[in-house]
Design a protein. Structure first.
Length: 284
């Protein structure tokens, strides 16, 4: 004969379950509080509207996957006729990525506050050093970043990259990859060296910078949007940065066919103009 164990709830077990439910409810409230705090911080460090940059028409798309995320972008002046163009991506997304992003932004602000603006490669090295030796040491986390310095007078872009997806430069009917200066992601090795490269931009050139949430967006068959699809989209003729940006965003969303984004997405587009800057639209 099989003896069946009693499944009757005792007063003690009922009380324990109630206590666990209360603790779980409080933990969720606390987590939501931290999420709201990190979201506020993230919104404060991302520019609400891109600045007027002489000879550049700018547009940006930013979308986080979980309310808060680890993508970052910025365009800011660093001297007469010189502008920094930055895009970065913390590995992963969600609360942990957002918290790390806040720290990276603080380090970047410290570098930015120096008397003279460091070069792109030097900027990456200055941020990488404390990440690799202290904050991210042996953590398995890292940050990819692209830093460019644009001279609005000469239209020369000097850049360095820390493992970030390469920007695309579209010139007439050609697509060029700005991948001549690429080093390890930030936070992996304190001895990383970040080389620099320069490119002469011409009126009509289009520059497209992304985070990997764009190319790694997936459809119902778990197929990546990928580099080839993005290459085809950015070759579409466009007369403004916003128009080209919308082509990219619409193509990715159509590819996903209503599926939610699996990662944060950022796309920054710059169109080189012969004359003064166009007024960028506020970030949606």
């Amino acid at each position: 004969m099989i003896k069946r164990e009693s499944t009757t709830m005792t007063p003690d077990s009922t009380e324990q379950i109630g206590e666990l439910s209360d603790a779980l409810r409080e933990a969720r409230k606390e987590l939501n509080h931290y999420g709201e705090l990190l979201l506020t911080i993230q919104k404060s460090i991302l520019p609400h509207q891109l600045p007027l940059v002489p000879s550049l028409d700018l547009a940006v798309h930013f979308a986080d996957a979980d309310g808060v995320g680890g993508d970052f972008y910025d365009v800011h002046p660093i001297g007469p006729d010189r502008w920094a163009i930055v895009i970065a991506d913390v590995v992963g997304h969600g609360l942990a990525a957002a918290a790390l992003l806040g720290m990276v932004h603080a380090l970047g602000s410290a570098v930015r506050g120096q008397d003279s603006a460091p070069s792109p490669g030097a900027s990456l090295s200055l941020v990488n050093q404390p990440l690799a030796t202290r904050y991210l040491a042996n953590s398995g986390q890292y940050v990819t970043a692209f830093v460019g310095q644009y001279d609005a007078r000469t239209k020369v872009l000097t850049y360095a990259s820390a493992g970030h997806p390469y920007p695309r430069l579209i010139r007439e009917h050609s697509l060029l990859r700005l991948d001549s200066a690429n080093g390890l992601p930030l936070g992996i090795s304190a001895t990383s060296v970040y080389e620099e490269a320069s490119v002469q931009l011409l009126p009509g050139d289009r520059l497209v910078l992304i985070t990997d949430g764009i190319t790694e967006s997936t459809n119902a068959g778990n197929e990546f949007f990928g580099d080839q699809r993005l290459d085809a989209v950015v070759m579409t003729a466009a007369t403004t940065a916003q128009e080209l940006l919308q082509y990219v965003v619409n193509s990715v969303q159509t590819f996903r066919a209503g599926r939610p984004a699996g990662d944060d997405e950022t796309c920054l587009v710059a169109l080189v103009q012969p004359g003064p800057a166009a007024i960028p639209e506020p970030r949606k």
